[in-house]
Design a protein around this ligand. Structure first.
Ligand SMILES: [Zn+2]
Length: 138
């Protein structure tokens, strides 16, 4: 039996009242529908490709203590992004790469090459921080 005097933060999600979970869900609702009545040249659908070039920032965000995860991050620059670029080039497709600012500072040549190839760069935070849990002041 849940403690009826406990605050929502003290309760586990399965103990929340319906009003509590409905309030949380209500914070993020889809707005107006933007899907057009038809796609260009009668296409059946439209596809957007996007990739996160997080590299070492996953580990940095979490404290930067694991050299294994740091090396894994570097492989994103050395192996992952080059492979993706090759596949995109092969098929003549442009994509969006979401890049934390720290990744861009670590690998500016990667960003320049992507832009030179016609891809789009989107900002993906400073150090891949979890924006939804940052304090408002941050
Ligand atoms: Zn990411």
């Amino acid at each position: 039996m849940p403690d009826t005097h406990a605050t929502p933060q003290q309760l586990e999600p399965w103990q929340w009242s319906e009003a509590q979970w409905r309030k949380l869900v209500g914070q993020v609702r889809a707005g107006k529908r933007y899907r057009p009545n038809g796609w260009k040249d009668g296409a059946r659908c439209a596809v957007a490709l996007s990739f996160d070039s997080d590299h070492e920032t996953n580990e940095l965000r979490d404290g930067g203590k694991s050299i294994g995860r740091m090396a894994w991050g570097q492989s994103g620059n050395r192996i992952g992004v080059p492979r993706i670029r090759k596949v995109l080039e092969k098929h003549g497709v442009k994509a969006t790469f979401y890049v934390p600012a720290v990744s861009a500072l670590l690998y500016p040549d990667e960003q320049r090459a992507l832009v030179a190839e016609g891809h789009e760069i989107g900002i993906h935070g400073w150090i891949h921080e979890l924006n939804s849990v940052l304090p408002r002041e941050a």
